[in-house]
Design a protein around this ligand. Structure first.
Ligand code: NAG
Ligand code: NAG
Ligand code: NAG
Ligand code: NAG
Ligand code: NAG
Ligand code: NAG
Ligand code: NAG
Ligand code: NAG
Ligand code: NAG
Length: 383
C-alpha cells in the first residue's frame, strides 16, 4: 500500500476549494459585462470580455503598421526628428454616408515634437481608412491647430450633429519642443458632417479629459448629455452647450499616487443600460514609479449616480501581441477608447490607445481588435 501523500492531498484540496469558493451571486460579480447563472455561480461573459469575472478585454493580435503610426515621418520645418507625426490616441467614426470609410479623430503633435511637447504642440487631425476600422489611417485634414488636445467626437442624434469635445486654446508654439503648464478648460464644437464646417468652440468647464455620452435613445429622444471628466467626475447637461452640473464624484481617494489614481476616462452605457468607464489606471506609478504594465482600469455601475465599483485589477496591460507572431511590451499605453458594433448590442470591437515604446520619444495610436466580433465585422464590410 502507498502511504498517503499528505502535502499533495492538501494542495489538491486547497485548489479545489478555491475553485468551488468563487461563484458569482449577481451580475455585478461579472463586472456587469455578463450574466451570472445560478445555481452554477458562473458568469457568461458578453462577447469581447473574458475571465471568470468578465473583468478583462478579450484582446486579439494587432496588425503592425495599422492604426496611425507616422513616427518615422519628417518635414523640413520640424524642430526634431525624434517624434515624426507623433499622436496620442483618438476615436473611430464610421462615415454616415459611406459605410466603408472610417475616420480617426486624433491628437497629433506638430513640428516633429513627441509626447513630452504635448502642451502646446498638440493639434486635432482627421485621418481616413478604406481598409476597415483598424486602419492603417492616412492623414486627411487638420481640424484644430495648436493647442488643442484630448479630442473626443460623438454623434448626437437629437442635434443631428457631431459634437467635438477638446481642451485648449489657440496659441503660438515656441521654437523648440518644450512643454508649458496651463489650466485645461473643456470646450465643445459641433458640425453636421465629420468633414465640417465646425462651429466656433465654446468653453464649458474648468476640467480635463472629457468623455461625452448622449442620453438619446429611440424611446427617449432627449438632447441631454452626460460628460465624464478627470477623476471620473460625472456631469449632466440638458443640451450639449451646457450648463453642465456635477452629478457624481467617486467616494474613494482619487489623489495622485493613491491606489485609485486614474486619468483618461472613456464612458459608455451598455445594451442593458449599465454604465462603464475604461481609464488609464496609474497603479504602477503609485507603487513603483513606473508607467507599466498594469495600465487599464474598469469601473462599472447600474446607475450613473449609484455605487460604482472599481476592482483595482487590470482590464488590459502593456503587452500587445501582433499577427506576425511577435509581441511588444510598451512603456506607456494610455487614453483607452472603444469602438462598438452598431447592431444594438454595443459589442466592443476595437481598443484604441496612445502608446509609446521603451527608449523612444515618439508616440502613436494603436488599434487592437477585440474578440471574434472584429474579424466578423471586417468580413461583413468586405475589407
Ligand atoms: C511604429 O513605427 C515605428 C517607426 O517609427 C516602428 O519602429 C514601430 O515598430 C511601429 N509600430 C507598429 C506597431 O507598427
Ligand atoms: C514608415 O511608416 C510607414 C507607415 O506608417 C511604413 O509603411 C513604412 O514601412 C515605414 N518606413 C520605415 C523605413 O520604417
Ligand atoms: C504629418 O502631419 C502633417 C500635418 O502636420 C501632414 O501634412 C502630413 O501629411 C502628415 N504626414 C503623414 C505621413 O501622415
Ligand atoms: C481656462 O479658462 C480660464 C478662465 O476660466 C482662462 O484664464 C485660461 O486662459 C483658460 N486656459 C485654457 C488653456 O484654455
Ligand atoms: C481650474 O481648476 C484647477 C484645478 O482643479 C484649479 O487649480 C484652478 O484654480 C481652476 N481655475 C478656475 C479659473 O476656476
Ligand atoms: C489619498 O491618497 C494620497 C496618496 O496615497 C494620500 O497622501 C492621502 O493622505 C490620501 N487621503 C486620504 C483622505 O486618505
Ligand atoms: C450603495 O452602497 C451602500 C453601502 O454599500 C448601500 O447602503 C446603498 O444602498 C447602495 N446604493 C445603491 C443605489 O445601490
Ligand atoms: C500582461 O498580462 C498577461 C496576462 O494577461 C501576462 O502574460 C503578461 O506577462 C503581462 N505583461 C506584463 C508586461 O506584465
Ligand atoms: C532602453 O535603454 C537602456 C539603456 O539606454 C537599456 O538598458 C534598456 O534595455 C532599453 N530598454 C528596452 C526595452 O529596449
Amino acid at each position: 500500500m502507498h502511504a498517503l501523500n499528505i502535502p499533495r492531498l492538501l494542495t489538491t484540496l486547497i485548489i479545489s476549494m478555491s475553485v468551488v469558493a468563487w461563484g458569482c451571486q449577481t451580475d455585478d460579480d461579472c463586472s456587469l459585462n455578463g450574466i451570472c447563472h445560478q445555481p452554477s455561480g458562473k458568469c457568461e461573459c458578453d462577447p469581447g470580455w473574458k475571465l471568470q469575472d468578465c473583468g478583462q478585454l478579450d484582446l486579439q493580435p494587432a496588425t503592425r503598421w495599422s492604426g496611425y503610426n507616422y513616427t518615422n515621418f519628417t518635414l523640413p520645418d520640424f524642430y526634431s526628428t525624434k517624434g515624426g507625426n507623433s499622436s496620442w490616441g483618438g476615436n473611430i467614426i464610421q462615415d454616415r454616408n459611406d459605410k466603408s470609410l472610417f475616420h480617426l479623430i486624433i491628437d497629433q503633435f506638430a513640428r516633429g515634437c513627441g509626447l513630452s511637447g504635448w502642451r502646446p504642440f498638440s493639434t486635432v487631425v482627421r485621418a481616413e481608412s478604406r481598409t476597415g476600422p483598424a486602419g492603417p489611417y492616412h492623414y486627411a485634414k487638420e481640424l484644430m491647430g495648436t493647442f488643442h488636445h484630448n479630442v473626443k467626437v460623438v454623434w448626437s442624434p437629437a442635434d443631428k450633429k457631431y459634437l467635438m469635445y477638446t481642451i485648449g486654446i489657440e496659441t503660438e508654439t515656441p521654437d523648440t519642443c518644450k512643454s508649458y503648464k496651463w489650466a485645461n478648460n473643456i470646450s465643445v464644437s459641433s458640425a453636421p458632417d465629420i468633414r465640417g464646417p465646425w462651429a466656433p468652440s465654446q468653453r464649458l468647464l474648468n476640467a480635463t479629459n472629457p468623455t461625452p455620452w448622449p442620453l438619446w435613445t429611440h424611446d427617449n429622444p432627449t438632447s441631454e448629455i452626460i460628460l465624464g471628466v478627470e477623476d471620473n467626475f460625472i456631469y449632466h447637461s440638458d443640451t450639449f452647450n451646457g450648463p453642465y452640473n456635477l452629478i457624481k464624484s467617486m467616494p474613494w481617494n482619487t489623489s495622485d499616487y493613491s491606489d485609485h489614481w486614474t486619468e483618461d476616462p472613456f464612458l459608455w452605457r451598455d445594451k442593458r443600460g449599465n454604465w462603464h468607464i475604461l481609464c488609464h489606471w496609474m497603479i504602477d506609478i503609485a507603487e513603483r514609479h513606473e508607467k507599466y504594465p498594469r495600465v487599464g482600469g474598469h469601473l462599472f455601475s447600474r446607475s450613473l449616480t449609484g455605487n460604482w465599483t472599481f476592482k483595482l485589477q487590470p482590464v488590459y496591460n502593456t503587452t500587445v501581441h501582433f499577427t506576425d507572431g511577435g509581441e511588444t511590451d510598451y512603456y506607456r499605453r494610455e487614453r483607452p477608447r472603444l469602438y462598438f458594433s452598431d447592431d444594438g448590442s454595443l459589442t466592443p470591437l476595437y481598443l484604441i490607445n496612445g502608446v509609446q515604446e521603451f527608449n523612444s520619444s515618439a508616440s502613436y495610436t494603436l488599434i487592437q481588435p477585440i474578440g471574434q466580433g472584429a474579424r466578423r465585422y471586417e468580413r461583413e464590410l468586405g475589407v
